[in-house]
Design a protein around this ligand. Sequence first.
Ligand code: ADP
Ligand code: MG
Length: 591
Amino acid sequence: MDCIRLLPDSVANQIAAGEVIQRPASCLKELVENSLDAGATRIEILLRDAGRTLLQVIDNGKGMSDTDARMAFERHATSKIQSAKDLFTLRTMGFRGEALPSIAAVAQVELVSRPEDEEVGTKIEIDGSQVISQESCDCAKGTSISVKNLFFNVPARRKFLKSDATELRNILNEFYHIALVYPQVQFTLAHNDEILHSLSVGTIKQRIEAIFGSSARNPYTSQLVEVSSETELVSIHGFIGKPEHSTKNAQQYFFVNGRYMRHPYFHKAVMTAYSGMLVGEESPSYFLYFDVAPDSIDVNVHPTKTEIKFADEQLIFQILLSVVRESLGKFNITPSIDFNREGEIEMPLASSSSPQVPPVVVDRNYNPFRPNNTKVPTHWDTLYTPSSAIRNTSSVAQDIPDAYLPSLLPEGWRPYQYQQKYILCPSPLGLMVVHQHRAHINILYNQYKSLLAHPSRSSQQLLFPETLDVTQDEKIILQSVLDSLRDLGFDMDELNPTAYSISGVPSLLGQTNPVKALQDIIFSIRESGATVEQGFIHPIALSLAQDTAIPIGQVLTEEQMRDLVERLLGLTSYRLTPDGKTVLTIIDIDL
Ligand code: ADP
Ligand code: MG
């Protein structure tokens, strides 16, 4: 008996849909890209319930005839490619002919379309790959596609969707990726009848401002510097943020040949150009557009992939680094030589590339108080270069069981502050170096966490209420954590659709600017990818701790230092900050 059968198209389409259409955002991307491929100059997006119930894209593009409209839903039906060699020269966005059949397999779709040169249009209704009806109709030139009840017939997929706030955020991200490349196209985006974006035709810079410029007091584009470079290999254009406007909420975008891409290696080039100009954890915004010969990149025909491989990655890295440097220099924003950095001890950071691993085996017989118990012998020459000395010996600190450290400080010890950044303390194991800012982050993080767990709602009233301006997507995040913020002691109310007034703040906040603190919270929630279900305690507590901790550069009294170190060592976890950075290290001095 034969067992092999061809899958019915409807099943094949549903399987393909799993790859192409993971969530409302991917559906939106496909539809808008089709509109752009059809030459639309005006695109309207209407959403209901973050695209779950309705996701509609209306364009004024070239439209489809009645047969084309029917064909468009057939698998591998595309008007954009005729032979395999077209694949390498293509400049349109889609070409696999998979999007529409995939969408139609997992939703109820209504398509209305009319080409300019035809009098009447056509309307098709499809339910889970089944054509329900097709008839002619009166309609405007162009195409309107409504996708209703996405995943209505795939409960597993539907369950996999996140909260409306998260799905809407994903949609907006896709939208920005496209809108930032097509400033010559007019876009509107509305969600549940509220217009979130209305973007008119303009320059790239105006488009950036229209999307991210949240308030007149703080015009976004005055913070940007132009970048422009033409070489045979690549042309790079766009805008970068001035170092002093770096924030934790930086908008960072790369595009290649009109498509958004992620590129961690090129990101490093940009960050390298800024080195020495940034403080703390803040980073600059950038909007950089690359143009290269299409055959010098591997777009990896998978439509949802945003990672792209370049033929000459290292060379482009160098070019990018130098154009960004040049732009920063041209606008006179490179710093003069920073003498403070000379001889500075670099704390080894627990970066993602070298994670700090807690000891797996604890040597129970290890006695930190017994002299000569040095695991790593140090020598003059290694000690002479500070960073290598620390690198060699930090393993000593790694080996100390946590319980030992609090008892490490000798009676009557005296701290010493080094470079207004480190607290040096004696310890029987060697010289203990504590990063003052990170130590305080750990202490505050624990305090904010317990405040969130046991709300007291006590706040310190502000003499003059402050105003927090929010963009649409910031507002969505803010609304989902408003209760937690109130629990912490933020006294805030909606002032108008794009602003909140803040009349009270948690007492722990001290002199910290509440507007910045709230902006950072919004940012860290966005970054953490946390969902309502998981709760936002961690990102809120961490962000507030980072904002309110004693900064680097602050002179501390002996009393303050002692207090800080003792409170730090009193915590159950003090070696690493909640985001994995080294808080203290011990230099084993055995000369
Ligand atoms: P692809 O974009 O990969 O060709 P799709 O499934 O996304 O495949 O679309 C199939 C075809 O339907 C396209 O090649 C195009 O001819 C037609 N089409 C889709 N959307 C539109 C639109 N908004 N306007 C005009 N034609 C469209
Ligand atoms: Mg397409």
